[in-house]
Write a protein that binds this ligand. Sequence first.
Ligand code: AMP
Length: 401
Amino acid sequence: MSRTRVLVLNSGSSSVKYQLLDMRGSDRLAMGLVERIGEETSRLRHTPTGGLSREWSGSVPDHDAALKAVAAELAKDGLGLDSPELAAIGHRVVHGGKHFTEPTVVDDAVLAEIERLIPVAPLHNPANLTGIRTAQALRPDLPQVAVFDTAFHTTMPESAARYAIDVETADAHRVRRYGFHGTSHAYVSRETARLLGRAPEDVNVIVLHLGNGASASAVRGGRCVDTSMGLTPLEGLVMGTRSGDMDPAVIFHLMRVGGMSADEIDTLLNKRSGLIGLCGDNDMREIRRRVDAGDERARLAFDIYIHRLKKYIGAYYAVLGRVDAVAFTAGVGENAAPVREAAVAGLEGLGLVVDAGLNAVRADRARLISPADARVAVAVVPTDEEMEIATQTYALVEKER
Ligand code: AMP
């Protein structure tokens, strides 16, 4: 029996998202989500490909119980995790620091390093570790592969990765720019090259990953040379609930003059800022509806969001020198035509133009929205982080087999 299946796990502090894929034809066999782990009212939603979704509500006390519930659902579709066809389990790990530049088969040393990175990713790495340990207990015979959100960005030169602060202090506390959403930036930049019918090595792309979290990256010949998120995902673009860039002295001001604690400011900047802080909504659909109805606060929030996006397009154009394509992806990038139109408006001088008719088309495939004769291609490329994690996981276990 050929071992071609990969289970992808994305473990959060109280949730597990999963997909089972068969890498023979890159087919998705099933996907689902366990939410509110540790509460009385946990919920599991499971969707086998081509079948109806099943929902289940009850108590899932911990990640071990969650994974067992997932295994039970998969078994009902004849896709049980005891299958000899399962080749590996691929785990999304948010922070790999400087050390992890590639997908890595997990052993004790790898677990220890992911644990050592907890101070720079206190919300994510503990949950990712729990997911790996739980999967190891379930299938100790299988390779567990960690795929890091930061890995794609480890090719950034020091000039982009270092903050201009005292070097000894920065190094003592591992303060540098790591970047996130790397799996998406890697996948989308490659798919953009494919859409242009060119090799990734020959193409320079600005990738705009605009979801609830948002980041931009400058990719030269398939390698990341700059990205907008930094030590944590707080830096860069205006996001659903995060501020993105601002003068760091705002924090001292809020402490000294506003009497706020470090934790309060952390919550303010990560959870109560960005679009939701500016206008009370973080869903771009609702913001557009309000803009169209003449709502001034929503209009200002939209304008600030676009202004920042445009600044990053310009900055990365300068970083790359030559740009072949700008690719929009994730929830907002894939769906919000007004955002794409506004982000590129006025950039004709840079060769960036959006065709209104093409931009208005709704589709879930990668497509160009610039005119055929445009100097720079503008593309919409749906991201697929789970497929990318599965592809990287499978390539690694095949190589080591
Ligand atoms: P993600 O984090 O990639 O799942 O993106 C989630 C965000 O995408 C939501 O918060 C919305 O702001 C946005 N979004 C999803 N669908 C649409 C849509 N049809 N139009 C505009 N924005 C959308």
